[in-house]
Write a new protein. Structure first.
Length: 226
């Protein structure tokens, strides 16, 4: 999802029984002023499947939000998922600020060494990381395109076809193995395989300042792009 879609997400956009989400009214930033707008493209109004962990996190957040508002005797005038404790909408730029602060505090390990802080990237670049990992794991480009809300799959292919070197070779090897040896649950490029994980780690996302051909840059302040 884009930052504007997160900022404008409403509880009514989430279908908990079906575990799906449909962003309908993004909140974009122009010269620090927040405006509600239609989705960036017609395909932006899409239905997204939610994984169990995300669905449970949203349930917990909704329960906690309801308890806080009941305690403070605050009504729910806007139905927004992400707000201040008193119900006021969050400025989308705050989402970017919080992401950057959290990234600086993350503790992780590499080569047996403990490290603090992640490389500085735009919040929007997380979408590039998601697309790279999904394609490396063998998720069809059409599905990745639909989840990203691209206007068409060609935009996704043009942007990410060069991101993961060796996908063509992986495809050739996987199909040949399937035909010659039969189904193999550990085939190269399958979700979770060593090859897919390695490709996701080594693939380079589009440059942080690069936008997708065929789409407008979107909102200012780091929330636009693909």
């Amino acid at each position: 999802m884009r930052r504007a879609e997160l900022a404008g997400l409403r509880w009514g956009d989430i279908d908990f029984p079906r575990a799906r989400l449909t962003p309908r009214l993004p909140r974009v930033v122009v010269n620090y002023q927040v405006h509600e707008s239609d989705t960036k493209t017609a395909s932006g109004r899409r239905s997204l499947a939610l994984d169990p962990a995300t669905l449970e996190a949203l349930r917990d957040h909704r329960r906690r939000q309801a308890e806080e508002r009941a305690l403070a005797e605050i009504g729910d005038d806007n139905d927004l998922v992400f707000t201040w404790p008193d119900g006021r909408p969050l400025h989308p730029d705050l989402i970017t600020d919080w992401f950057q602060r959290h990234a600086k505090r993350v503790v992780w390990r590499q080569d047996g060494q403990q490290r603090v802080g992640l490389p500085v990237i735009r919040l929007h670049d997380v979408r590039h990381s998601y697309a790279t990992a999904a394609l490396a794991a063998g998720i069809p480009a059409k599905i990745v395109s639909e989840r990203l809300g691209h206007a068409n799959v060609q935009i996704t292919l043009d942007t990410y076809s060069h991101v993961v070197p060796g996908l063509d070779e992986q495809a050739a090897a996987t199909v040949a193995r399937l035909i010659l040896e039969g189904p193999d649950t550990t085939s190269v490029g399958s979700p979770g395989s060593d090859a897919a994980n390695s490709a996701a780690k080594t693939g380079d996302a589009p440059h942080s300042g690069e936008e997708v051909r065929g789409e407008d840059p979107g909102e200012l302040g780091g929330g636009g792009g693909i």
